[in-house]
Design a binder for this molecule. Structure first.
Ligand code: UDP
Ligand code: MG
Length: 327
């Protein structure tokens, strides 16, 4: 499937998840038409409406009547951005797809660079790398950086490029591979990295959100990070064996010390502070390890239920129905 794309005759599909973005759609489409005018005839745009509660659906439907290259998949409710990207990959028709946000934080002109690299036929994935995260808050930068380093430290076989978001071009080969991955915990950055062998990054400056507000808070990001780690490595489960071994060894040495010093120097009873701190320390360790096991078990439970990743209410626009069935 790794044949070189034809520069004169290719289709590129933009996958754009949207959640309560009625104010952003029009400026997004204007920017696409403007910045990508040289390749606009090759492009179709698929919005995935992730259960918006505002007029996002109506705004896009109106745009479809004016521009047949736009289509829309409506979710029955909010399933999250990972599910929306999954649906995008299930439905798109293009020889390649670009996943991008609607708020113009992923600058459309960078897609020109993506396409040039893709047309060389040497890459499966071309991902955007944010060279400057000064638009993000200090805490966001610190936690994001920490997460990528921790993830890559734990998960040796699938590494995530630092400072790369979901903004990327993937070829048909990667799309088909990701469609075959059945898991319900959709950590897309990991699944996409796992599926593409020949990847390259393109640097870009990430501007501030044009209109509207971010849809992510720290609680969502924390759960997202946990999904990522539990889907790609079992190390957090296995580490407790080593911790337990270390603590047992230390306590055995301490026991020997007490026995020997009692025999040599008589019985000495230490204060209760040291006893309580050891008990609390061990209790804490046990609860953390139980929490980790709980995290994995709950994900096994989700996988076993085998429910669909998303439910589609309706679809608008020109698309041939060759998508996979949802059952
Ligand atoms: N989004 C979505 N479902 C959600 C949350 C967000 O489809 O539950 C979309 C959102 O409409 C936007 C993209 O995902 O197009 C990125 O969201 P946002 O800009 O809020 O994230 P940030 O840039 O702050 O990380
Ligand atoms: Mg954004």
């Amino acid at each position: 499937m790794n044949h070189k794309p034809n520069p004169l005759d290719y289709r590129l599909s933009l996958i754009v998840p949207v959640y309560n973005e009625e104010v952003a759609i029009e400026s997004f489409l204007d920017a696409i038409n403007d910045k990508l005018s040289s390749i606009r005839s090759h492009i179709d745009i698929m919005f995935i409406n992730d259960g918006s509660k505002d007029n996002t659906k109506l705004v896009i439907e109106k745009m479809i009547t004016q521009d047949p290259s736009i289509s829309l998949v409506n979710f029955a409710r909010n399933f999250g951005k990972e599910a929306a990207m999954t649906a995008g990959l299930d439905y798109v028709q293009g020889d390649a797809a670009v996943i991008m946000d609607v708020d113009l934080q992923d600058p459309p002109e960078v897609i020109l660079e993506f396409v040039t690299l893709w047309l060389t036929g040497n890459y499966d994935t071309i991902y955007g790398v944010r060279v400057d995260r000064s638009q993000d808050t200090y805490t966001k930068r610190l936690t994001a950086g920490g997460f990528y380093r921790f993830f890559n430290f734990l998960s040796a076989e699938t590494t995530l490029p630092e400072n790369a978001g979901d903004f990327r071009l993937i070829n048909r080969c990667v799309i088909e591979t990701v469609k075959q991955l059945p898991e319900r915990n959709r950590f897309m950055k990991g699944l996409l990295a796992w599926s593409s062998l020949r990847a390259i990054g393109v640097n870009f400056q990430r501007p501030e959100r044009l209109v509207g507000d971010t849809k992510f808070n720290y609680w969502k990001l924390w759960n997202f990070a946990m999904d990522g780690i539990t889907s790609f490595t079992a190390w957090p489960l296995r580490v407790w064996g080593f911790v337990g071994f270390g603590i047992s060894l230390l306590s055995f040495i301490f026991l020997m010390y007490i026995v020997i010093s009692a025999l040599c120097f008589g019985v000495h009873t230490p204060g209760y502070a040291s006893t309580i701190s050891v008990v609390l320390f061990l209790g804490g360790i046990q609860l953390i390890s139980l929490g980790v096991i709980g995290g994995y078990v709950s994900r096994i439970y989700t996988e076993l239920k085998h429910r669909p990743i998303y439910l589609v209410e309706d679809i608008y626009g020109n698309y041939k129905s060759n998508q996979q069935s949802l059952d």
